[in-house]
Every structure is written in structure tokens, then in C-alpha cells.
Design a protein around this ligand. Sequence first.
Ligand code: MG
Length: 257
Amino acid sequence: MRIARYTTDEDPTFGLVDGAGEKIAELAGDPLFTPISLTGNTVRVDEVRLLAPVIPRSKVIGIGKNYAEHAREMGGEAPAEPLMFLIPNTAVVGPDDPVVMPPQSSNVHYEGELAVVIGRMCKDLPVERVKDVIFGYTCADDVTARDLQRSDGQWSRAKGFDTFCPLGPWIETDLDTSGLSLVTRRDGEVVQDGTTADMIHDVAALISHASHAFTLLPGDVILTGTPAGVGPVEAGQRVEVEIEGIGTLGNPFVRRD
Ligand code: MG
């Protein structure tokens, strides 16, 4: 299933997106917490505003340097264990929402990533049970103020600004993530062309690892790291993250200073 969250200027609603990505069948309630139940209403995707498919109630967990080529372009080797950081849920925005580049940074980068949405509370989960707690997958842009990431020495501010965690366009619940194409475009130019097959720690290893530190709750999101090719974005440009089997997340970047 593809589960979208959207609005027609009323309260956010969830729905099932058809295979062509054109129509949405409305759901009663939030499918993270209530059984799938159709209301019988349908809308067209181009008639609604898609929202972030999930607003994490507790946390977004980021993973640093999970692709060897990206670790090298950042000037180091990948760490032996997954390197985790936290992003506040106030950073999450949806498809086509503007990413607002803050005046504190003059070097804002895109990072296209596969995001995992947790469906069940879990703790100390063995790798072989991870599939039981995954609700689905979506695209993410782990937007980073690269200059502040370096000068701060840790990453909370650099990756945690409001609007720095676009998610979408929807959640795909049935997906084999072992070898998905991941392409990032900046104003149409391909700037990252990777595959999830190049992750150092795969999805199951990352979720298990995170659960040994944090209790994971329904709606928590884990960003699985970015392939090589990160780079700067200027105000007025648009970044798209396309992942095979999910779809394309696109966001304009703006400055309001
Ligand atoms: Mg990242």
C-alpha cells in the first residue's frame, strides 16, 4: 500500500494512493493507530495538498556516514557502528513545502535518503524481528547546514532547523530495500545517483541498533544515510529525491532574511 496524508483545506486526512499515483481513496483515521478502513470517498492527487506522510510524535533518528563513498567525500572513513543523531520533529515538512535556509548558515546542503517509518513500539530488537515493526518507507532530504555542522562539532543545530527534514510523498508499506535506486536532482540536474545496496549497515541492522539505545514508538522515523554527491543549494533552487518503488519528494529552497 501507498499511504498519503493530505488536506483539502480541512483537517489532515489519510488515504491509499493508486498505482499510477493519481487517485487517493480516503481512509477513516490514522492507519498507524487504527485498522485500514476506506470511507468510500476518493480524491485526485492533483486536487489535494500532500502533507508529510507522518509527523513523528517522539523522534527522527538520523544515521551519519552509512555509505562509504559519502564518508570519504566528507573527509574520513565510515564509523564501525552506525552513528546516530536526533532531529526534532519540528524540522519535518511535507512535499513542496519550502525549506527555509537560516541566516546563520551560508552553506546549506541536500542529502537524499531512504526513510523508515516505525509502526510498533519496540526495544532491544534482534535483527531478524525488525520486519515486524516497520510500517513503511518514504523519501527524505536530510538538509544540513554544512558550515554549522563543522563549527558546532555536533549536529543538532545543523540538521535540526525548522523545515530541514522534508518527508514524502507518501509511505510505501511493501518494499524490498536491498537494492533501490536513489537519485537526487537539483533544478533537474542529477547530483546523487546511488543505490541502497551500498549502505554499510542495512535497514534491519540500523533499526536493531537504534532500538538498543532508544525505545522506538509508532511514527518514529529513521533516516538511513545519504550516498555520495552531497552539495550546496541556493535560494530559488528545487531539490528532488526519487527512490525506486516509492516516488519523488520535491521541495523549493528559500531565504527569508
Ligand atoms: Mg544524512
